[in-house]
Design a protein around this ligand. Sequence first.
Ligand SMILES: *[C@@H]1O[C@H](CO)[C@@H](O)[C@H](O)[C@H]1NC(C)=O
Ligand SMILES: *[C@@H]1O[C@H](CO)[C@@H](O)[C@H](O)[C@H]1NC(C)=O
Ligand SMILES: *[C@@H]1O[C@H](CO)[C@@H](O)[C@H](O)[C@H]1NC(C)=O
Ligand SMILES: *[C@@H]1O[C@H](CO)[C@@H](O)[C@H](O)[C@H]1NC(C)=O
Ligand SMILES: *[C@@H]1O[C@H](CO)[C@@H](O)[C@H](O)[C@H]1NC(C)=O
Length: 788
Amino acid sequence: MESFRLALAAIVVALVAAQSDPAQFVNALIGTSDGGHVFAGATLPWGSVKAGADSLSGDNQGGYVSDGSPITGISQLHDDGTGGGASLGNFPLLPYNTSQCANNDLTKCVINHDARAVSHGDPTTSPGYFGIPLNNGVHAEVTVTQHAALHRFSYPIGTNQQILLLEATRDLPGSYRSPGNITVISNKLGGTRVTGTGSFAPSFGEGSYQVHFCMDTKIRFAQAQFFRTVGGAVTYTALQTNPRVNFAANIGSNSPAGLIFDFSSTETLSVRMGISWTSSAKACAFAEQEIPDLSAFDNVKNAARAKWNEVLSTVQVDNTGVSVETQELFWSSLYRTYISPTNITGDNPLWASNEPYWDSFYCIWDSFRVVHPLYAITAPTAQAEVVRALIDIYRHTGWLPDCRMSLDKGYTQGGSNADSLLSDSYTKGIKAGIDWETGYEAMVKDATVEGDFTLEGRGSIAAREKLGFVPVGDTNDPPNEGPNTRSASRLLEYAYNDFGIGLVAQGLGKTADAQHYFNKSRDWFNIWNPNATHDGFSGFIQPRSADGSWYFDPRYDLNNVFRPDHCSPVFGHFDCFLNPDGGEFYEASSWEYSWFVPQDMATLVTVMGGPKTASSRLDTFFDDGFHDIGDEPGFLPTYLYNYVGQPGKTVDRVDATLTKYYNTKTSGLPGNDDSGAMGAYVVWSHLGFFPVAGQATYLLNRPYFPHISIRNEATGKTATIIADGLSATNKYIQSATLNGKPYTKNWISHDVFTTGATLHFIMGPSPSDTWGTGKDDLPPSLSTGGFA
Ligand SMILES: *[C@@H]1O[C@H](CO)[C@@H](O)[C@H](O)[C@H]1NC(C)=O
Ligand SMILES: *[C@@H]1O[C@H](CO)[C@@H](O)[C@H](O)[C@H]1NC(C)=O
Ligand SMILES: *[C@@H]1O[C@H](CO)[C@@H](O)[C@H](O)[C@H]1NC(C)=O
Ligand SMILES: *[C@@H]1O[C@H](CO)[C@@H](O)[C@H](O)[C@H]1NC(C)=O
Ligand SMILES: *[C@@H]1O[C@H](CO)[C@@H](O)[C@H](O)[C@H]1NC(C)=O
């Protein structure tokens, strides 16, 4: 009896806890091996500082990698889930034991970046916290505020020497260059303060950036050495223990430099690291303001977790009958969608402005599809700031970015997808403080003025104007400085970006502009080759040459037979990147890109041969291996059965995709997380609907929780989704009501979230013949009168 009552109490507690402390379900290590590149360290939502361990591994884009490789330091800044080279990882700290510095001689420590790496046990993580036991006997922990990290190093009991390395010239890729400097003084706490500046290179962009730190301890060092490496030879300068300013140096390029301290104390060593993009004085001010007490590690850690719970809990789910694994997958995925971009409002050194400044858009090509649409319903205040920041970047740099990191311009992957990010927010009524006229001006500039499309805007504007498509190898269209590749996928994205411009024009009352841009969005059809055939289907997106002829890539389309499966997982999967020989499709095949007409799926279905053919073509696309869920263009196709009136097949496809490709292991992602994009796919798929990014349409799947509510902090309204009878087998919608009225469409519009509607599903064990299957139930398309 007693144990029964206890068990009941435990169930009640679990339910309540699920609502108030979703952080308990977050496993930050998901995606930290096998190419997920997830950042597992400590950050606040959109935090400027992201502190965590760095692994000596080829897979360390996010810092820590769950592959057993040793740790080279605990650094202060990271990005989440990026491909390409490793990003940030600046100003690492590494605690040493005396055996790593022979005879306590600080000039004999192993400081070389790779040679110093220490093996370790399993890390412990929670939102805002990262801890790792190092095999040199030191337990390293870190927690954060918005602009500062608080490190706690617990040396083995009985040790009274706390040796610590700070490498001031290091980031993950080793990109340090001049100018940089370091200054050591005594601080107000009677301890040691190190301030400094470093210059580094962005990992997927051009130029360089400067970032500044301010490190404080409460303890005065007993001995310290400044080291500098020139031409392979390390020189040391011993620091005086007493004078207030006891050391200052400028550091040149190719000159690894830093400090080794011995704090000789019996206390746990607490190290505060403030970071600023503006100055080291600002880094100190942030740190003093946000973490006044260096001993308050647990308070800082608890405050970070509380902040996470506040941001996570705009979504509430009833976990009745839902496995712990599913809850862990859901909350961990939602958590990752809030790591990037970073909010560095008030710390932008590039221009003076009262607008917000956000960084680490890495890259919008990935995030416009799923991350920013998610913010539109779960974090609309943040999304409004993101939009304002993007428009302000346009004001001050002349262009909306496609990719932007560490204050620098990043490389454009395809279209000018900030246009679709903006149209997504615009159509969802995100207005707070946004100057939409200037936003619209920025979008029109993307469509009409050509810059260096390596970094911004679009290429081949003139050629497209003349031909109606982007021709292969267009070099006659100055300045057109980007690589003349990706002509087919770029055209599809440009056409869809134009559709977004049309939506914003329409909303702003610019009717003629709206017609013009909707018209331009039809250009995708100019590279639709009805005669291209593959695997039993005809009609594919195929590149074209400027003379109008269909293009055959001599490397793959042998004997002039076009291969729509090229760049898919089954043929030449990794041929299509941002290289001069990257081909005409970017990171996906023609099989996959041939589905990318979200503005007019009705016409696409027609030219494919009608709903029956389009449906079996989707089956073949998935079953024969042409679909790639490891990259963002693969997300939307899993929902496209709704456009042929078969929402039950969407349920099956999404279910199979989640089961096969996503789990809670460190290897649980099918590709790079790409600033939370993979996480956002999982979140949407569990909520039961998926955004057609750039428009206010959501395609219905089915929820994985019996009751979900989403609070819109901007309007104060809560949208509720109820799935009656949901179980592992009852996963198909039989009927639905919206605010009590019968609802048969297999899509919803954003009104559900702005008005706080209730969507109520009755679930059953097999797909319904009637719900969501009729002509009038299909999602909107331009050619069938949608979007009017
Ligand atoms: C010191 O670190 C080394 C590895 O870096 C380790 O082998 C040794 O056991 C450590 N000593 C103590 C006392 O923990
Ligand atoms: C360090 O370098 C930065 C950037 O060049 C500069 O603004 C700052 O004044 C320098 N600080 C010192 C102490 O030399
Ligand atoms: C972004 O940072 C600014 C300045 O610290 C702050 O006022 C704003 O609330 C932050 N935005 C979000 C969404 O947290
Ligand atoms: C739309 O495009 C067609 C064909 O290119 C053209 O004839 C028509 O004038 C365009 N309409 C608008 C409003 O731009
Ligand atoms: C498709 O092939 C037919 C028959 O050869 C030809 O008449 C037609 O022009 C081709 N269509 C395209 C768009 O190339």
